[in-house]
Design a protein around this ligand. Structure first.
Ligand code: AHM
Ligand code: MG
Length: 346
């Protein structure tokens, strides 16, 4: 049997793939000054991702679903797997030794990870398990990470080294725990996706040089909030409902309540994800530092756009670690069109 001209045997053989570690080492070999610290950081992130992926795959069998009974810094009920995922990443990054400061959605304050005497070159901001309220109903969830470099000559790393605009990120990525587990990341040189082969325990390059279509037919928004949309946004959503003159079809809605799942679909198929300011979340719901910024870097590297409706996400100067922002992210033309609509130009 052949698929796309190749025999299935060849396709299922891992021999034609590259592991994530091999891929990064090969990229780094182009830079003689590279120390290998970034490949060790990705090794640590992918180890934690494998642990979380394993626990999610068995979520219905182990006592890991439901809430811990605590409320996190966001005022949201913490799920058991939120806490498990946070611990897996904190432990892997602490042992790995490449991270001096960790910011997590599941911790109020900065977590210093630097061992005395060592210089750990990175600051990592993390949403350990985004969309975690979906775990109990077996829908995809994910981890999102943002990476800054600690400036040279810093004595004691502090909050100011994490509170930086997204354009200063040196890397960003996410892990989607979906029908397969995928790690997608960028270091500012395109976007690359790796699929976890559970039999090998390795992330293998499956989606090199991902590009988001310029235009898309999908949009993702929680329309249950439409009463609190601005008149401009209401008009734009009504336009998305109207039939396209060429195809006669309206845009299609895809909204799971898991940002990563909706973003990933839009990245591959072309589309727009929106979470505007609402009555319940007047600043928007998503967090700038570990949700909007990393996904904005990825989408821009893939040829798309990310905006708060008026400004480029990556240019926002943050004021606090857990601040929220409205978010419009996805195919370039779809983001530009909603920005025009919000300005009242359409
Ligand atoms: P979380 O970080 O607490 O999981 O919240 C973020 C999630 C996103 O994944 C998702 O797109 C959004 O919240 C869904 O919100 P709503 O239920 O208000 O539509
Ligand atoms: Mg989240």
């Amino acid at each position: 049997m052949t698929v796309n001209g190749e025999s299935v045997r060849e396709i299922s053989s891992p021999a034609r793939f590259q592991t994530i570690e091999q891929f990064i080492l090969e990229q780094q070999s182009r830079f003689p000054e590279a120390t290998g610290a970034f490949s060790r950081l990705i090794r640590d992130i992918s180890l934690a991702a494998k642990i979380v992926s394993r626990d999610i795959r068995r979520a219905g069998l182990l006592d890991v679903t439901g809430s811990t009974g605590t409320v996190n810094v966001q005022g949201e009920v913490q799920q058991k797997l939120d806490a498990i995922a946070h611990q897996a990443f904190e432990r892997a990054l602490r042992l790995g030794g490449e991270v001096s400061l960790l910011v997590s959605e599941e911790a109020d304050d900065l977590i210093p990870l630097q061992r005395s005497g060592d210089r750990s070159p990175y600051v990592v901001l993390l949403d350990p398990l985004d969309g975690s309220s979906n775990i109990d109903v077996n829908i995809s969830v994910g981890t999102i990470f943002s990476v800054f470099r600690l400036p040279e000559g810093v004595g004691e790393p502090g909050e100011q080294h994490a509170l930086r605009p997204g354009r200063e990120q040196v890397a960003a990525g996410y892990v989607a725990y979906g029908s397969s587990t995928m790690l997608v990341f960028t270091t500012g040189d395109g976007v690359h996706g790796f699929t976890l082969d559970p039999t090998l325990g390795e992330f293998l390059l499956s989606h090199p040089n991902l590009r988001i279509p310029e235009e898309g037919r999908y949009y993702s928004i929680d329309e249950g909030n439409s009463e609190s949309f601005s008149p401009e946004l209401k008009r734009h959503v009504a336009w998305l409902h109207s039939p396209d003159p060429d195809s006669g079809q309206p845009h299609k809605t895809r909204y799971t309540g898991s940002f990563i799942a909706d973003f990933h679909r839009n990245l591959l198929a072309g589309g727009l994800y929106m979470y505007p300011a609402t009555k319940l979340y007047p600043e928007g719901k998503l967090r700038l530092m570990y949700e909007a910024n990393p996904m904005a870097m990825i989408v821009e590297q893939a040829g798309g756009k990310a905006s708060d409706g008026h400004r480029r996400i990556l240019d926002i100067q943050p004021e606090s670690l857990h601040q929220r922002t409205p978010l419009y992210i996805g195919s370039r033309q779809m983001v530009e069109r909603v920005e025009e609509a919000l300005r009242g130009d359409r």
